[in-house]
Design a protein around this ligand. Structure first.
Ligand SMILES: Nc1ncnc2c1ncn2[C@@H]1O[C@H](COP(=O)(O)OS(=O)(=O)O)[C@@H](OP(=O)(O)O)[C@H]1O
Length: 406
């Protein structure tokens, strides 16, 4: 018989049993925790639980501006788990790992966008500013579990270069029913020979009811693009962001100048013959702005009702108003409203109060909204004169007066 111990420490017959139960309980708890951890790792969460997420490539366009893509800047902080933004980032990582086709590059975009692999930045946009849908994007969990499928785009922003196409796409992405490829695929102009399967593979996964979109502004001036898009689907909805062709040309020139500072002046490139005032319409900066001519090609393949013309100017002065029109055109619920935007005085442009993947305000990067060089007023006047008849024709064709001609 065991000697009696101190008061209260006497082993009772029940003690070995409770110890064994306790040990079993501990074992079960450990296994449960291990399984939970393994599950977390499988969902890639264990990698993201701590520390800031570092941009995969390209860096930000604007130092210190968090976000993604053109809205992105420096290192970004994780939103508090299980915020929709974080879940979405996980999804994006999964997509990146699944397949990484060569990232198409875009003349009009700076590195931060160019280097973003297509499909990466796509997303339901559920974490967008202010909407309740943004708090819990529909189908995010399903997407995380690899559900949904890649679809060819049902809507494409086809132009125009320097019209405000990036702003439109980024704003649209706030909508939970829009998923878009981040980089410009340039399929219908540069990569058509790669085939539709290649193109579809660039797209983000979508669930029923979500719209797949992309933007490639050069399509609008590509002769083959209308027939090619129509061959993919004659129901494709086409969006064109147009801007005063003179400002657009200067913006285009400003971009080229930023990459090649040694190019001739805007004034000298504008004319075939400065003395006669003959405009050089073969210069792409001028040629792109003859919207009526380009539109004629599209109307051979698409009814005008299948095209939406967004005013690049109003996209700046009243982004919510233009987004309202776009959402209606796409058959989407009007979720993106005034509440999503604020005017950033420093940038001089409307920005998103909260972009996807962040709870902070976001403006487009520094390549959007550049300061234009001062252009000779007489040259500007001659250009306005040159464009006027084409603009009037364009107003007639679209049934919209964009107000570029006073
Ligand atoms: N919200 C907001 N923030 C910043 N910039 C804005 C915005 N909305 C429209 N814009 C105008 O978009 C112009 C660039 O047009 P794109 O995005 O179509 O350019 S590109 O063709 O993709 O290179 C860009 O042209 P520049 O001002 O010449 O840089 C802007 O004027």
């Amino acid at each position: 018989m065991a000697p009696p111990g101190p008061a209260g420490a006497h082993p009772t017959p029940a003690e070995p049993l409770s110890r064994s139960i306790f040990r079993k309980f501990l074992l079960m708890l450990c296994s449960l925790l291990t399984s939970l951890y393994v599950f977390y790792c499988l969902a890639e969460r264990c990698q993201t639980l701590a520390g800031p997420v570092v941009r995969p490539s390209g860096g930000g366009e604007e130092a210190g501006a968090p976000g993604r893509g053109a809205l992105a800047g420096g290192p970004r902080e994780l939103a508090v788990w299980p915020a929709a933004a974080q879940r979405k980032r996980l999804l994006q990582r999964q997509q990146r790992r699944r397949r990484r086709p060569p990232a198409p590059r875009d003349d009009g975009e700076e590195a931060a966008w160019e280097e973003e692999p297509p499909g990466l930045a796509g997303g339901p946009g559920g974490s967008g500013a202010g909407s309740s849908a943004a708090e819990a994007p529909p189908g995010t969990l399903a997407l995380l579990l690899d559900e949904g499928s890649k679809q060819l785009p049902q809507a494409i922003i086809i132009g125009v270069k320097k019209g405000g196409t990036r702003a439109l796409l980024e704003f649209l992405r706030v909508h939970p029913d829009v998923r878009a490829v981040g980089a410009e695929p340039h399929f219908f102009d540069r990569s058509y020979d790669k085939g539709l399967a290649w193109y579809r593979d660039l797209m983000p996964r979508t669930l029923d009811g979500q719209i797949t979109m992309e933007k490639t502004p050069s399509y609008f001036v590509t002769r083959e693009a209308p027939a090619r898009i129509s061959a993919m689907s004659k129901d494709t909805k086409l969006i064109v962001v147009v801007r005063d062709p003179v400002t657009r040309a200067i913006s285009d020139y400003t971009q080229t100048l930023s990459k090649r500072p040694d190019i001739p002046t805007f004034e000298s490139l504008t004319f075939k013959n400065r003395t006669t005032g003959l405009i050089d319409t073969s210069w792409s900066a001028i040629q792109i702005g003859i919207y009526a001519k380009h539109l004629e090609h599209w109307l051979r393949h698409f009814p005008i009702g299948q095209m939406l013309f967004v005013s690049g100017e109003r996209l700046i002065s009243d982004p919510a108003g233009e987004l309202g029109r776009v959402q209606d055109f796409l058959g989407l619920k009007r979720i993106i409203t005034d509440k999503h935007f604020y005017f950033n005085k420093t940038k001089g442009f409307p920005c998103l109060k909260k972009a996807e993947g962040s709870s902070k305000p976001h403006c487009l990067g520094k390549t959007k909204g550049r300061t234009h060089p001062e252009i000779d007023r007489e040259v500007v006047r001659l250009l306005r004169e040159f464009y006027r008849p084409f603009n009037l024709k364009f107003y007639q064709m679209t049934g919209q007066d964009f107000g570029w001609d006073g």
